[in-house]
Design a protein around this ligand. Structure first.
Ligand code: AMP
Length: 179
């Protein structure tokens, strides 16, 4: 399947849910993509190609929908899988990064042994909105001595400045469908 065909198939499957989780947000629901097994497989294949081409040593997934894509990509390529989690969920020694939300701040954590110094890391999430979450994840990668080489998403919202925000945070940004 060509990239444009994959983007179109994703555009047809991803469901818009207005005012979720709060008024004014148009939520991009990827669960219909997961129910479409051939399409889910193509998504994993396309992300795996981008991750492999970036010369990746470690695949990092962002909780929670990022795991749905990072885990099969890591298994497909035979690469280690590192987890970024919400605060207080990881059992061992962690590093944390905070980032600004519209109101207030949020925080993500990673285990200290998730990335070894010098490793090239591809970080995967389901959706790029403001880029705050991914920027913080890339900071964690650098904090552990790794190099963030790719930020990969299924969906990119181009009416928000996520891609610009990631400009200095990571070598490359890839998404499969842009709204
Ligand atoms: P951001 O940090 O603003 O780029 O937000 C990205 C994170 O929030 C991702 O983990 C997404 O799953 C989630 N997210 C933000 N906006 C939306 C949206 N409109 N629809 C679905 N998920 C979203």
């Amino acid at each position: 399947m060509k990239d444009a065909e994959l983007a179109q198939a994703l555009g047809n499957r991803i469901r818009d849910v207005p005012d979720f989780p709060k008024p004014g947000i148009l939520f991009k629901d990827i669960t219909p993509v997961l129910l479409d097994a051939p399409l889910y497989g193509r998504v994993v294949e396309a992300l795996a190609t981008a991750v492999r081409d970036a010369g990746t040593d470690v695949v990092m997934g962002i909780e929670s929908r990022g795991y749905l894509f990072a885990a099969p990509v890591a298994a497909r390529l035979g690469l280690p899988l590192a987890l970024v989690r919400k605060p207080g969920k990881l059992p061992w020694r962690t590093r944390a990064a905070t980032y600004d939300l519209e109101y207030g701040t949020d925080r993500i954590e990673v285990h200290e042994d998730a990335v070894q110094p010098g490793q090239r890391v591809a970080v995967i999430d389901d959706l790029l909105a403001t880029g705050g979450t991914m920027e913080a994840a890339c900071r964690l990668v650098r904090d552990l001595g790794g190099a963030p080489v790719l930020a990969a998403f299924v969906v990119e919202l181009s009416f928000l400045p996520g891609r610009q925000r990631l400009g200095n945070a990571v070598d490359a940004v890839e998404s499969l469908v842009v709204f």
